[in-house]
Design a protein around this ligand. Structure first.
Ligand code: AMP
Length: 405
């Protein structure tokens, strides 16, 4: 199938051409006709599948086709994090470059000038607004946003938003929107709470789903059984024997991110941290350094594990086993994007073995356990039936309800 066969407007096709997208991905093939047809939709697809363009393209098509003039906000995209909002806005700029559509990101963290710019766009009725829940509410509460004629509401990474405690904020926003609208929901997973949200806010939706383990297929996965005290040596070992120009290390807490970065820097490694403790401008500048390959190692909490589009990462290290098996898939989805191969290595301590076995259950694959290098010494025995610390934490997401991750 081609984008032309999806009957997208000529101006949108031109944007696709400029972006170098040759043919639609499966999620795009399935969702674009439904969205063009004005039906509500719930789409289950993770990052890396082309989901962003799957909802942006049909909206850009409709704005172009109907030659909708600026003056009323046509589409509101709600995203869980600033980073994802920025990324959606960037794709929007590329895909919509040849269209009449105007857009504005509204994601907070900026200065007074930023707020005024956002306010102006909301007052003027830019076609497409992409924002995070908290910041959108601040603006909506002030009453100037031209939302009376809103046609599309898009919730991106809805599961993530609920995990971050945004349910009430989302409902507050929805209560201010016109009831006659198309609602489009994208979620990486479909737990019962997402089904319930879908039932509450969608009308007779079409449902589509892209298999969850897909983006991981090109990733070489391996695990080491290591005590916490051995992990830093293991990172150094992996970096010494492999050519890894671009590496993300995920750690479970902000404190660990800080400590680990300091340790890596002490060893002379080119590493920087990214977590919600940093100012937005600092986060963006570190991400840019990493994207442009000036920075080799990004040490992160899972604030960037979903949604952020960084290409060509050679390796992801899970310094700790993620609490939620689905986070594992998101984390390793950072590698092996486009057509490249990637490597994902997980360190499993004695308490995380049960949690790790849950990941293997989810991806229906046993991940290779690599023998610890002799110079570091043996790690713990593998005994996943033993329900260690992971059991106690399992299902309770880190910092649940904390929006500033
Ligand atoms: P997403 O799942 O939206 O995070 O997209 C993942 C990556 O795929 C992004 O870098 C997109 O620019 C890229 N992409 C999306 N759709 C296509 C397509 N049809 N052809 C090639 N690349 C695409």
């Amino acid at each position: 199938m081609t984008f032309k066969e999806l009957k997208l407007h000529e101006d949108v096709l031109q944007g696709l051409d400029a972006m170098g997208f040759e043919k639609p991905t499966p999620i795009q093939e399935q969702s674009i006709p439904i969205i063009i047809d004005n039906k509500d939709i719930i789409a289950v697809a993770q990052t890396g599948t082309g989901k962003t363009a799957a909802f942006l393209l049909p909206v850009l098509h409709k704005i172009s086709e109907q030659q909708i003039e600026e003056g009323q906000i046509n589409t509101l995209v709600i995203s869980p994090t600033r980073e994802l909002a920025v990324q959606i806005d960037q794709q929007l700029e590329g895909l919509g470059y040849f269209t009449i559509a105007t857009s504005m990101p509204v994601y907070g963290g900026g200065d007074g000038d930023g707020f005024s710019r956002e306010k102006r766009a909301l007052e003027d009725g830019a076609h497409i607004i992409v924002g995070t829940p908290g910041k959108l509410i601040s603006h909506l509460n002030l009453g100037y946003a031209k939302i009376d004629n809103l046609k599309h509401l898009i919730l991106d990474e809805a599961d993530r938003m609920l995990d971050m405690g945004f349910y009430d904020d989302i409902m507050k926003i929805i209560n201010q929107l016109p009831k006659e609208r198309q609602t489009i929901m994208f979620s990486a997973t479909m737990p019962p709470k997402i089904r319930k949200l879908a039932k509450d806010i969608l009308t007779d939706p079409e449902e589509i789903s892209i298999a969850i383990s897909k983006p991981a297929e090109k990733v070489v996965q391996a695990a080491f059984l290591a005590y916490d005290g051995q992990k830093i040596e293991l990172v150094k070992y992996l970096l010494r024997d492999n050519d890894v120009p671009s590496l993300i290390i995920f750690a479970s807490t902000k404190l660990k991110v800080k400590q680990l970065t300091r340790e890596l820097q002490k060893q002379g490694l080119n590493a920087k941290p990214i977590s919600s403790d940093l100012e937005q401008s600092e986060r963006e500048s570190i991400l840019n350094e990493f994207k442009s390959k000036k920075l080799q190692i990004l040490v992160a909490t899972d604030v960037i594990s979903r949604g952020i589009d960084i290409d060509n990462i050679d390796m992801v290290i899970n310094y700790d086993v993620p609490n939620d098996p689905e986070d594992y898939i998101h984390r390793i989805g950072r590698t092996a994007r486009a057509s490249s191969e990637g490597e994902a290595v997980t360190f499993i301590n004695e308490d995380d073995q049960y949690k790790f076995s849950r990941i293997e259950d989810l991806i229906e694959r046993e991940i290779r356990k690599v023998k610890m290098p002799a110079e570091i010494g043996d790690g713990p025995e593998y005994n996943p039936k033993k329900r260690g610390g992971g059991r106690r934490n399992y299902g309770r997401r880190k910092g649940g309800g904390n929006r500033k991750r």
